[in-house]
Design a protein. Structure first.
Length: 204
């Protein structure tokens, strides 16, 4: 059983991916642009979802480059694989348990992925080893310290329902991925420095 608490086969999956892309793609692209990505880069998009960022990476690194996009359930990446993107490869892959790809990468990106992996610290170390010398690892995960837990509504019943759902999600994440998930985002900078990475926190 996967530790991922959301079901890609569910009816809400497409809507969830659309919401995530709308909310976070502009910030993600801003961070990725800061790496200097260009033609010929070898990239790995971990937990590719529906492929919006993998497509962007493919456009930036061009035909001379290569983009590996992986997901534990790549059903939403099928269309990407059938388009004229010969330099983009789609693979089913569980970053928490499956072996790393054989080749090293100039850029590895993971958004809201490691927070769902119980052995996330070891996985982070493995991602660092998958980089080329001087390569970039861009990890985006929540820091609950900066998340407003209130729901913007004047309807008490709607607010109560939101809090009930949020509490259930927290409990499920703790059961699947461990309590550390709640503090993981805030600890990333320290953990990357401990791995010998020259870490650059990117604020949103």
């Amino acid at each position: 059983m996967s530790n991922y608490i959301f079901e890609n086969a569910g009816q809400q999956a497409s809507q969830r991916f659309t919401s995530l892309e709308t909310l976070y793609d502009p910030w993600t692209i801003r961070h990725l642009e800061a790496t200097g990505i260009g033609p010929g880069w070898q990239c790995w998009e971990v937990g590719g979802g529906r492929g919006s960022i993998a497509t962007w990476l493919g456009e930036r690194c061009g035909k001379a480059g290569y983009v590996l996009v992986t997901d534990i359930d790549p059903r939403f990446l099928v269309e990407l694989a059938t388009l004229d993107h010969s330099h983009i490869e789609v693979q089913r892959h569980d970053i928490g348990t499956d072996p790393l790809p054989a080749q090293p990468f100039d850029l590895i990106h993971a958004r809201l992925v490691l927070i769902h992996v119980p052995a996330r610290e070891q996985t982070l170390q493995r991602l660092v080893t998958a980089l080329k010398p001087g390569g970039w690892l861009v990890v985006e995960d929540f820091d609950p310290t900066f998340i407003d837990p209130r729901y913007p509504t004047s309807d008490p019943s709607a607010a109560a329902l939101f809090q009930k759902v949020a509490a259930a999600q927290r409990q499920l994440m703790a059961a699947r991925s461990g309590e550390l998930a709640s503090t993981w985002g805030r600890s990333l900078y320290r953990r990357l420095r401990a791995l010998g990475v020259r870490a650059s926190p990117l604020q949103t």
